[in-house]
Design a protein around this ligand. Structure first.
Ligand code: C2E
Ligand code: CA
Ligand code: CA
Ligand code: CA
Length: 278
């Protein structure tokens, strides 16, 4: 049936209204999520394509809502950012990651963990102190922690961001630019920022061997990494063909479903053992 304009308008309003209510409810639910232990972290292996060794993992946050079940990070992280909840959630993630690194170190493993740091977190005055305190608390070598930040983090207050990243870098923490090429990439930022890694976003890897533009973009990022002496990591590698291409093209690190999806700590440890046994 054909909807008249009036009905259509009502549908539209109804859905916007619902969206606002959902959002408000989610904000409210996020307030209690840490204390209710609704969060956990999964670890996705990162592989050195030259040596075929696992060098570490990216920590990815998971939220299992008591009524709605799994809520995707792409859905709740933006809301946690605008509401400010990301500050306490991010602290929790960082603490879990440091604790995990310490456990691995105690077991004789040198794996490192990459943690996603929101632009909102980077804007906090106490962020550098907080991160250094966490490292000190778990007595982990600072080089075992990597922070993944997006280009938008640099934008709001570049001087402030540069100063903080320099402090973290001087302390031995490594910095990766996440989702590289999707935001307002600027070579000026790369020059000013003490970054060591560039992450090629999975949107360019998905059709790497199908779409010529994606091939060129990936190639460009790999070459840029080489000339600026930055290690390039490809995210979202799903096929052997993609892995082969990236390896022969000189991309050093990779992560993606081809190797493993993000895993619970126990499964991650098992994965490391079997991967290195082969
Ligand atoms: P991201 O940092 O770009 O993380 C990569 C995303 O790609 C993850 O989604 C990961 O599970 C997914 N992925 C990994 N390998 C593959 C693959 O082979 N194919 C496909 N299609 N996807 C793959 P996830 O875990 O849903 O996280 C989504 C985003 O949420 C992350 O994107 C990140 O921006 C944010 N996020 C996740 N955890 C945290 C966190 O602790 N703090 C902050 N601030 N953001 C987080
Ligand atoms: Ca990331
Ligand atoms: Ca990405
Ligand atoms: Ca992202």
């Amino acid at each position: 049936a054909k909807l008249n304009n009036h009905t259509r308008f009502q549908f539209y309003v109804a859905s916007i209204d619902q969206e606002i209510r959902d959002r408000k409810q989610m904000e409210k639910d996020l307030t209690h999520a840490i204390e209710n232990q609704e969060f956990h972290i999964v670890y996705q292996p990162q592989i050195n394509l030259e040596t075929k060794r696992i060098i570490g993992a990216e920590a990815l946050l998971r939220w299992v809502h008591p009524e709605h079940g799994f809520v995707a990070p792409d859905k709740f992280i933006p809301i946690a950012e605008t509401s400010g909840h990301i500050v306490s959630i991010g602290k929790w993630v960082l603490e879990q990651a440091c604790k995990q690194v310490a456990q691995w170190a105690a077991a004789g493993s040198h794996l490192r963990i990459a943690v996603n740091l929101s632009a909102v977190q980077l804007r906090q005055n106490s962020i550098v102190e907080d991160i250094l305190a966490c490292i000190a608390k778990y007595q982990i070598p600072p080089g075992r922690l990597e922070l993944e930040i997006t280009e938008t983090s640099f934008m709001t207050n570049i001087t402030d961001a540069v100063a903080k990243l320099h402090q973290l870098h001087r302390a031995g923490i490594s910095i990766a630019v996440d989702d590289f090429g999707t935001g307002y990439s600027s070579l000026t930022y790369l020059k000013k920022m003490p970054v060591q890694h560039l992450k090629i976003d999975k949107q360019f890897i998905q059709d790497l061997l199908v779409n010529e533009e994606d091939t060129r973009i990936a190639n460009t990022i790999i070459d840029l990494g080489r000339s600026l002496n930055l290690t390039v990591i490809a995210e979202g590698v799903e096929t052997e063909e993609q892995e082969h291409y990236l390896t022969q093209r000189g991309c050093k690190l990779a992560q993606g479903y081809f190797f493993s999806k993000p895993l619970l700590p126990d499964d991650f440890e098992k994965f490391v053992k079997t991967f290195h046994a082969n």
